[in-house]
Design a protein around this ligand. Structure first.
Ligand SMILES: C[S@@+](CC[C@H](N)C(=O)[O-])C[C@H]1O[C@@H](n2cnc3c(N)ncnc32)[C@H](O)[C@@H]1O
Length: 246
């Protein structure tokens, strides 16, 4: 079993939409969809890590044919159970390597999911895989946080993510390996449940180099889906790389 089948297993899939509720807010989703509709034009969209369809379903409803790649069958089962979910094609596999017999105008990888690839090699492979699936002139969109190292005091490794009544989360950085583990603790039925997910954090400039290795170049970088400027203070970015038209 691949490790992401472990992290996004039945237990996580069952609670995913609820635990990420603020990301399902229409104020958040609508601006993602507006940009992707524009980038897709009259073509198709490929979502890497389609999950339970937070973005794919409303994008398909706006008339863009969407295909997904996803490792977790439990997440796909949640997508299938939603209205319109049966109509979306999904390839079960690792988005760094899985292939789909089609080409796309836009591929997208949102909600920090590039970081689920925990080696540089796998992240580079992902860019190459996307480039192979794009039409000439097509583009690849990534939404991901800027590594939080400026918030980390010298010598420290931990940053709080959230502190709630019955749940706590913190990020643990390993600067030697660009490793990042997000730890989540939650009280369920009087017992503490723990979920620790490994990531590899990556800088915008390193992503640009990965795009270059895959034959793509940066078209735009914003700090949000409404094309807000990306600055030294930005905590995340939405970046668009394009495959040359010829
Ligand atoms: C944070 S969720 C995001 C889901 C959806 N894109 C969204 O925005 O709600 C990450 C998803 O990516 C999937 N995933 C993580 N690594 C993957 C990989 N290497 N190949 C395919 N799917 C992967 C997980 O199973 C999970 O469904």
């Amino acid at each position: 079993m691949h490790e992401d089948d472990v992290y996004f297993d039945e237990r996580v899939a069952a609670r995913y939409d609820e635990s990420a509720a603020e990301m399902f807010d229409s104020a958040v989703v609508d601006s993602v969809i507006d940009l992707l509709v524009e980038l897709a034009g009259s073509g198709r969209a490929l979502e890497l890590g389609i999950g339970t369809g937070r973005i794919a379903l409303p994008l398909a409803q706006r008339g863009v044919p969407v295909h997904g790649i996803e490792l977790s069958k439990a997440m796909v089962a949640r997508l299938r159970a939603k209205p319109g979910g049966e109509d979306i094609g999904v390839t079960i596999g690792d988005f760094a390597t899985a292939t789909v017999d089609a080409t796309f105008s836009v591929a997208y990888l949102v909600f920090n999911t590039i970081l689920n690839l925990t080696t540089q090699e796998a992240q580079v492979a992902c860019f190459r895989n996307v480039a192979a699936h794009l039409k000439p002139g097509g583009c690849f969109v990534i939404e991901v946080g800027v590594p939080g190292l400026q918030r980390l005091p010298p010598g420290e490794t931990l940053l709080p993510l959230y502190v709630r009544e019955a749940s706590w989360g913190f990020d643990e950085y390993d600067v030697a390996t660009q490793g990042l583990t997000s730890h989540h603790f939650e009280i369920v039925d009087g017992r503490v449940e723990r979920l620790s997910i490994p990531f590899r954090y990556v800088w915008p400039s390193e992503l640009d180099l990965m795009a270059q290795l895959a034959g793509m170049r940066l078209r735009e970088r914003w700090s949000g889906w409404k094309r807000e400027p990306f600055t030294s203070d930005s905590s995340k970015h939405v970046s668009v790389w394009e495959k040359p038209a010829v």
